[in-house]
Design a protein around this ligand. Structure first.
Ligand SMILES: NC(=O)c1ccc[n+]([C@@H]2O[C@H](COP(=O)([O-])OP(=O)(O)OC[C@H]3O[C@@H](n4cnc5c(N)ncnc54)[C@H](O)[C@@H]3O)[C@@H](O)[C@H]2O)c1
Length: 384
């Protein structure tokens, strides 16, 4: 039986959103246990969360630097850290734990600039450490099946991609009573973009994970629909891919009536695939015969490389937690393989700092385009 890993968390304190969701997702498979944390910048709040999680008091830390040092010095120190703080702090926290020899999982965006993401990528490589960036949607079984179909050539060469992520939660001018909203609209904490960075990158990564296509150029219009807002809340991007295909992405937080309406439509020479995150148990596709087929997770028609991630029989709904859990399963298995000397590059099935770099170069090119009269901007080629 494999060793059960231990992990610590930075962020995820009282009233926060995603930290608790990560903890529940990791707990699904029992492969790792939380034993340390600095859950808030306020020590009392950190203690409150740590005690709720039954963490020993000497492993509830006042700040992440103390935590990295203390955990690295312990013989039974954490195997990995999970970073779930606002965007602008990811780089410093990630770098600190890598420097202390600890594997990192971090929510997206991995940093707020591509230069910082490249630095983390290089540092992780130099230290021989793993770095998971939790683009959660790539963990859905049906999204993985779409990838397998495309790789097998079932829909032929891709010609057109349509991606949208409409939300309505920032449609009102006053969002001051919402903890998750207040930092997202603040450039100090969010970086130079809001809607495009927060949810546009989910479109970008979902398309990349399904198709393997790289974006070569973009033309973006990043709008502030709510008066007085410093960052974009409605962004539209035209993209060109390295195989010549074209795409359109729309990320909006002012689209009333939508919650997390991520929809990816991929049109190839021989067929098309439609994947909607709010219905992640199903995948629709059409081939040249014109029939629209719908396949469901849990049936034999799902490719084994994807179906192996399912936990329940068909019709017993799996969703966001399971998708996030799937990323952690691969990440934890890879850490164990590193420890046992059996690691190989094909175990990097999960999104890493490379995905983070692609996301940030996309965002930066969109900013350059939008701020300069919506011109076409080329993306740099990334050295893997
Ligand atoms: N993958 C996804 O689908 C998804 C969804 C939501 C959020 N996110 C990402 O997760 C991150 C957190 O978002 P959220 O909505 O949970 O934010 P949040 O505001 O709800 O929570 C942030 C938490 O971090 C704590 N914190 C801030 N700075 C800290 C520090 N230096 N040390 C320790 N704790 C600190 C805060 O006290 C709070 O508990 C963001 O990067 C966001 O983009 C990803």
């Amino acid at each position: 039986m494999k060793r059960r890993l231990t992990y610590g968390m930075v962020g995820g304190g009282p009233g926060s959103f995603i930290g608790d969701a990560h903890r529940r997702s990791i707990a699904l498979d029992g492969k790792a246990e939380i034993v340390a944390g600095s859950f808030s910048r306020t020590y009392e709040k950190s203690l409150e969360t740590g005690r709720d999680l039954r963490i020993a008091e000497d492993r509830i830390y006042s700040d992440y630097k103390t935590m990295a040092e203390a955990e690295a010095a312990r013989e039974d120190g954490i195997d990995f850290v999970v970073i779930v703080t606002p965007n602008s702090s990811h780089y410093e926290i990630g770098r600190t734990f890598l420097e202390h020899g600890i594997h990192v999982a971090c929510d997206k965006p991995v940093t707020t600039t591509s230069a910082e993401a490249i630095e983390l990528h290089e540092l992780a490589k130099e230290k021989g450490l793993l770095f998971l960036v939790t683009y959660v949607y790539s963990g859905h079984v049906t999204a993985m099946h779409a990838r397998e179909m495309i790789e097998a050539g079932e829909i032929g060469e891709i010609r057109v991609v349509q991606g949208e992520y409409p939300q309505g939660w920032l449609a009102d001018a006053d969002v001051s009573d919402n903890k998750q909203a207040s930092w997202r609209i603040d450039p100090e904490l969010s970086g130079r973009t809001n809607a495009l960075g927060d949810i546009g990158t989910h479109i970008e990564n979902s398309v990349y994970r399904m198709t393997g296509l790289h974006i070569t150029e973009v033309l973006a219009r990043m709008e502030k629909k709510v008066e007085g807002r410093a960052l974009d809340d409605n962004s539209t991007v035209l993209v060109t891919y390295d195989n010549g295909a074209s795409g359109t992405y729309w990320a909006s937080q002012v689209a009333r009536g939508h919650d997390n309406g991520l929809r990816i439509r991929i049109y190839g020479e021989k067929g098309s695939i439609f994947w909607f995150q709010e219905e992640p148990e199903k995948l629709r596709y059409t081939l040249s015969d014109g029939y629209v087929r719908e396949i469901h997770r849990g049936h034999d028609c799902i490719d084994p490389a994807a179906s192996c991630y399912g936990r329940l029989p068909s019709g017993h709904t799996e969703g966001w937690f399971e998708a996030m859990g799937n990323l952690y399963v691969d990440f934890i298995d890879a850490i164990i393989a590193k420890e046992e000397g059996t690691f190989s590059a094909d175990m990097l099935k999960f999104p890493t700092t490379l995905d983070g770099i692609y996301g940030l170069t996309f965002v930066e090119a969109c900013l350059e385009s939008s701020e300069n009269g919506n011109k076409w901007v080329k993306l740099p080629t990334i050295q893997e």
